[in-house]
Design a protein around this ligand. Structure first.
Ligand SMILES: [Zn+2]
Length: 83
């Protein structure tokens, strides 16, 4: 089965020679291969649902941290008002 990946040189989706899944330094899943038309290297990102879940978890952590920071500020400013 030939994977169709967009080729920059051909400016269109072309058949791919030796397609293989690779993981980039950032942890993104990619499909890499060679263009059958011009033999140049090309790759495309593969989206994963697992990754989205991790993103949501990270968001929650940020929210918690923000709340903590606000509370601290309030305590400091209220004690300033008392004096
Ligand atoms: Zn090409």
């Amino acid at each position: 089965m030939a994977e169709q990946i967009y080729c920059i040189k051909c400016k269109t989706k072309t058949d791919t020679e030796n397609p293989k899944k690779v993981t980039s330094a950032k942890g993104a899943n990619m499909l890499q291969g060679q263009c059958k038309v011009c033999n140049c290297k090309k790759s495309k990102l593969i989206k994963r649902e697992e990754k989205e879940e991790v993103k949501e978890e990270a968001k929650e952590e940020v929210k918690k941290e923000k709340k903590k920071g606000r509370k601290k500020e309030k305590i400091i400013s209220s004690s300033d008002n008392n004096e």
